[in-house]
Write a protein that binds this ligand. Structure first.
Ligand SMILES: [Zn+2]
Ligand SMILES: [Zn+2]
Length: 200
């Protein structure tokens, strides 16, 4: 019948959108890949390397200094986690996600009703990591320095995120597809994660 057929195509559209093979929201002008390069700040693209930020910084779109630390030492968290990670924080580099991909997800999550504009950054709410989870002599940015930082995304990016991102790595990698909108810098095999079966 009619209803199950339209339900089926809606489900199919959702699956295809998630797989990166096709986007069900292509019709909205703020999701058009052709926006890349058309907005200020011209030339800026959201960083798309994997393995250069921790989950906390990715999720909150904040600059991460974990890569400049002892990557193998769990007691050497990034400055954001050190001061705002909370009691259960585990600060490790994320190998299968990038700021680009997070912005893509947040853009879709903001939804049609918000014209896919990203909301302003949220306040840092968590407490510092407990002292026993941080190595003695930890050195990094102070709480005050972090609070004084401007938004990680340059002014203008939140207003039209699609103009500053490429199609996500994860979906491309899962399906083996690359859309024609992907820029050459998107195809950097050296930074591709090795396996990604666990994450959808
Ligand atoms: Zn971090
Ligand atoms: Zn961290």
């Amino acid at each position: 019948n009619h209803e199950s057929a339209s339900q089926f195509s809606a489900n199919l559209a959702a699956v295809l959108a998630r797989s990166g093979a096709w986007c069900s929201k292509y019709h909205h002008e703020n999701l058009n890949p052709a926006l890349v390069g058309t907005k200020e700040p011209k030339g800026y693209m959201v960083p798309n390397q994997t393995g250069n930020a921790c989950q906390n910084c990715l999720d909150n779109l904040r600059e991460c200094d974990r890569l400049q630390r002892d990557v193998d030492d769990p007691l050497d968290p990034c400055s954001e986690c050190r001061h705002f990670g909370g009691t259960r924080c585990l600060c490790t580099l994320v190998m299968d996600n990038s700021y680009n991909d997070v912005v893509f997800d947040k853009m879709l999550a903001s939804g049609l009703e918000n014209a896919y504009v990203l909301p302003p950054p949220e306040d840092r709410i968590h407490a510092p990591m407990p002292p026993h989870r941080v190595k003695k002599g930890w050195v990094g940015q102070s709480r005050e320095q972090l609070l004084a930082k401007p938004d990680f995304l340059p002014h203008g990016v939140r207003d039209c995120p699609r103009a500053f991102i490429v199609s996500p790595y994860r979906s491309c990698q899962r399906t083996g597809l690359r859309t024609s909108s992907s820029s050459p810098s998107d195809v950097d095999s050296s930074s591709l994660p090795k396996a990604n079966s666990a994450k959808m």
